[in-house]
Each structure stands twice: as C-alpha cells, then as structure tokens.
Design a protein around this ligand. Sequence first.
Ligand SMILES: Cc1cc2nc3c(=O)[nH]c(=O)nc-3n(C[C@H](O)[C@H](O)[C@H](O)COP(=O)(O)OP(=O)(O)OC[C@H]3O[C@@H](n4cnc5c(N)ncnc54)[C@H](O)[C@@H]3O)c2cc1C
Ligand SMILES: NC(=O)c1ccc[n+]([C@@H]2O[C@H](COP(=O)([O-])OP(=O)(O)OC[C@H]3O[C@@H](n4cnc5c(N)ncnc54)[C@H](OP(=O)(O)O)[C@@H]3O)[C@@H](O)[C@H]2O)c1
Length: 465
Amino acid sequence: MTHPQPHDLVGIGIGPANLSLAALAHTQPGLKAAWYEQRPAFHWHPGLLIEGATLQVPFLADLVTLADPTNPWSFLNYLRQHQRLYPFYFSERFHSPRAEYDHYCRWVSRQLPSLHFRHHIDAVRWNPEQALFDIDYTRLGPNGEAEAVGRSHARHLAIGIGTAPHIPEALRPLAERPVVPVVHSADYLDHREQLLEAGHITVVGSGQSGAEVFLDLLRRRPPGRERLHWITRTPAFAPMEYSKLGLEHFTPDYTRYFHALPEQRRDELVARQWQLHKAIDHETLAAIHDELYRHSIGGGWPDVVLTPGVSVRTAGRLGTTQVELHLDHAEQGERSRLVTEAVVMATGYRERPLDPLLAALDPVLRRDAAGRVVVDEEYRLVLDREVTGSVYVQNAERHTHGVGAPDLGLVAHRSATILNALTGQERYPLPERSAFTTFGLRRTGAGGAGPGAAGPSQGVRRVGV
Ligand SMILES: Cc1cc2nc3c(=O)[nH]c(=O)nc-3n(C[C@H](O)[C@H](O)[C@H](O)COP(=O)(O)OP(=O)(O)OC[C@H]3O[C@@H](n4cnc5c(N)ncnc54)[C@H](O)[C@@H]3O)c2cc1C
Ligand SMILES: NC(=O)c1ccc[n+]([C@@H]2O[C@H](COP(=O)([O-])OP(=O)(O)OC[C@H]3O[C@@H](n4cnc5c(N)ncnc54)[C@H](OP(=O)(O)O)[C@@H]3O)[C@@H](O)[C@H]2O)c1
C-alpha cells in the first residue's frame, strides 16, 4: 500500500525545542511537516510561572533569532505585533518574565498550521517497503480521554518530548497517597493556596525551582510566623555559574568540543559541571536573603530553617494531618526526623525515556556502553544503515552534547542544524565560531586546525527531502 501524502518531517512533542523547529521550518519552501503534542495547547511549565520569575537566558534566546534574526517568529516581532516595542525598549530588561516567554510561544503556536494538539504519539516503526516511518497516535478529547486512533507517515522524525518531574524513591510513598499537600514543584501554583493553609511547610531541593518556591512562600508568610523548612541534598545553596566566559559552555563551539570527547570523559564532565545547569541564580539568592532580612527587622529571627547537605532518606504519614521525613546529613554523618504538614518536592526533572516510543526501532538503534542512544553531531540517532530515514532528537542528548541540551539559548541553533542536515542544504547559515574560548588544543568541528583558526563551513549531508 502506498501512502498518499507522507510528510518529510513529523515532530513529536511541542515544547520550545520542537516549536523552534516548526517556526524555522515554516518559512522553508517545499518542506511538508507536521508536529503532534498531547496537551490541548502550548503552555510552558505553567505550575512555575510565579509572579516576577524571569527567564535565565536573554530574550534573544527566543525560538528563532540566534539562527535567523529576520524570521517572523522572533520575540521582537512578537512585541511589535502586540504594540509593545516601546515599553520593552524603556524597560531595559534582557531577562523577560517567564510568563511573557510563555505568551510569546503561545502566540507562535497559534499561527503555525502544522501543529496538532491533543495527539499522543504511541509508537513509531520503520516501514522498509515505503522507506517511511509509521507514526501511531491517539487523538485525545477535552479531558484527555482517548477519542480515536490514527497513523501518520514521515520520511524523518524529530523527537522533542522533553523532561518529566522527578520524585525520588524516598518521597514516592507520600506522593502516591497524600494525606496532606505533597506536590512536585512543577504543580506548585495549582496548590499554592492549599499549601499556605498548612501550619508548617517543607521545601525539598535547592535548584532554581526550590529557591523560587521557597522565596514565594516566605513572601506570603507573616514575619515571625513563617514556619518553613528548606532542606536539600546539594552541599550548599549554591549560585549558578553566570560569568560571561563561563556562559560560553552554552555555545555551539563547546557543544562540538564536548561531542568529540570519549563517553566516559563526557559523563564525568556533566556531573562536575552541576553549577552550570543546577544551582540558583544570583538574583534569587539575593532576593531570598533580602526577604529573610526584612522578616528579621525588629529583632526576631524568622521561623525558618535552611539546611543544605541533607537528603530525605525515607518518609511516611503521621496520622491524617502530618508527615515525617527521615533525614541524613552527609557531612556530620547524623540522622534526624522532621515533622511537617506540607511538602513541596523541588527535586528536579528527568529526560522522558525514548524507549516506549522507539521500542520497534530497538534492533536498529546503536547504543553506547551505558545503553544510551548514540546521537551524532547533527542530533541524529545512529541507526543501522538499512533505515534510510533519520530520527532527530532535541533535549535527549545531554550525554552526547553536554549541559547545553535543555538550554533555550541553543534551541534555534539546534533547529537550524537539523533543518540543514535534513534538506542537505545550508538553509540557515550558521557561525563557524561562537566563543572566545578555544575548547581543547585544536578547535573541533567547523574545521579549525588550532586556536583562532577559521575553517571551511560545516558540511551538510543530504538525506533526501
Ligand atoms: C520551570 C523551568 C524553567 C526553565 N527555565 C529555563 C530558562 O529560563 N532558560 C533555559 O535555558 N532553560 C530553562 N529550562 C530548561 C528548558 O529550557 C525547558 O525545560 C524547556 O521546556 C525544554 O523544552 P523541550 O521542548 O525540550 O521540552 P518540554 O518543554 O518538556 O516539552 C516537551 C513536550 O512533549 C510533549 N510530549 C511528551 N511525550 C509525548 C508524546 N508521546 N506524544 C505527544 N507529545 C508528547 C509534552 O507534553 C511536552 O509538551 C527550564 C525548565 C524548567 C522545568
Ligand atoms: N527561572 C527559571 O528560568 C527556572 C526556574 C526553575 C527551573 N529552571 C531550570 O530547570 C532545571 C531544573 O531545575 P530544578 O530546580 O527543578 O531541579 P534541579 O536543579 O535538578 O534541583 C533538584 C534539587 O533537589 C535535590 N534533591 C533531589 N533528591 C533529593 C532528596 N532525596 N533529598 C534532598 N534533596 C534532594 C537535588 O540535590 P542534588 O544536587 O544532590 O541532586 C537538588 O538540590 C534547571 O536547569 C533549572 O535551571 C529554571
């Protein structure tokens, strides 16, 4: 059977990564593409759009600008269309409110006809007779219920299914059958009022999410009657690296350098570089200190406990109104017990596993020593040669491309790299050099043969659109 209208590209998931790819693909002639998302509409981490919280990247890290500043889906054009360019210009803010980034992305998403919401992709398979991927989906109703099943066909795939909230083993019994409010930080705003009714609240985790939730709760509790605990396994309430040269770890140059390292070295680096991708930004740390200081005016210490270096070992219920957390302090080698009435688990996210989607491709997928998919420099999964289509991944490649994988500042560049590779044409010319730092003794990738050398433009491989 032949398929009447296969797509050149089907995207799975519509977060910022695939929305960027859709925006850059939209202006490309002759590319037939569709994107599928399980949720009813675009919404960017809605449970953490806390009033006043800002992006951690400058506004230029929108969906398109760092690959193509002339693209109609830029943040500046969004402002122009909303007649807000002058207010933005006078605000002199490089870091936009997170709620504004969400609104900007939704504006883009509403105008791209190739996006299909309420479609959960169940599985993909390679069809060797047609040289196409079969993509099985379930169309969802208004309440997320299955309405119909269907199948789409594509020469190539782009998987951008992002990350999901992570609940550590120790806290799972509380989260599964909560008797008091126990929520992941991803759902914070939906439960804020309920949390604030609790006599005592504990926030676990000190990444940016934990810091923002703690600050928000502190601001909403009266001085002297805060009754808040903030505990974290991280050895300190540590600042995020934000020096200008440090930020060059989020450039295509560093990504290319990292990709060329051996697997074991890459794994060691990601673990060592935690202050680049976990930790707390300076403004939030300062705001927390300011708020604590404000609560201490008049002489009393605020009723808060902030302790780093503590992990939650186990947790359990205590009657119907309390829970207890069993704590380990690694440096002191001591244990204790904390009784609380509400818990916010700001314990981070994990990449959504690709395996359920790609089960049928398992025999042709190349894996590294740790069993992870191998991703080439152009974000393509390495498959056996018999599969002539490509599967691109976005934000599933930290083990091969480094700490920049989830970073919004690399989203447009990665999308442009994928489109260039997919079409075999330099549709989006990309910079040969992007950092002052020379990573390694020889500049890798864009052809450089040593510090400062400029190489030939990046080769693009035609895979057939
Ligand atoms: C609260 C928060 C704030 C952040 N702020 C910043 C920041 O300021 N700067 C920065 O650089 N990074 C930031 N990040 C990191 C990163 O940029 C974001 O996580 C970003 O949303 C990643 O985009 P994504 O498209 O890869 O994935 P996601 O945004 O997670 O989107 C993936 C989408 O795929 C969908 N999906 C999953 N499976 C399927 C399926 N089978 N079928 C159909 N759809 C599916 C999901 O519903 C989801 O909508 C932040 C992360 C968090 C959690
Ligand atoms: N303003 C923004 O733009 C914004 C807002 C929120 C998030 N983000 C981004 O989103 C990403 C995720 O951030 P996140 O804060 O959600 O997660 P995160 O940075 O992964 O932090 C998770 C925290 O939970 C701790 N933890 C995990 N298990 C624990 C246990 N059993 N006991 C005690 N502590 C435990 C971790 O300790 P360990 O260090 O020991 O693992 C860490 O402190 C980051 O890249 C962040 O920058 C950005």
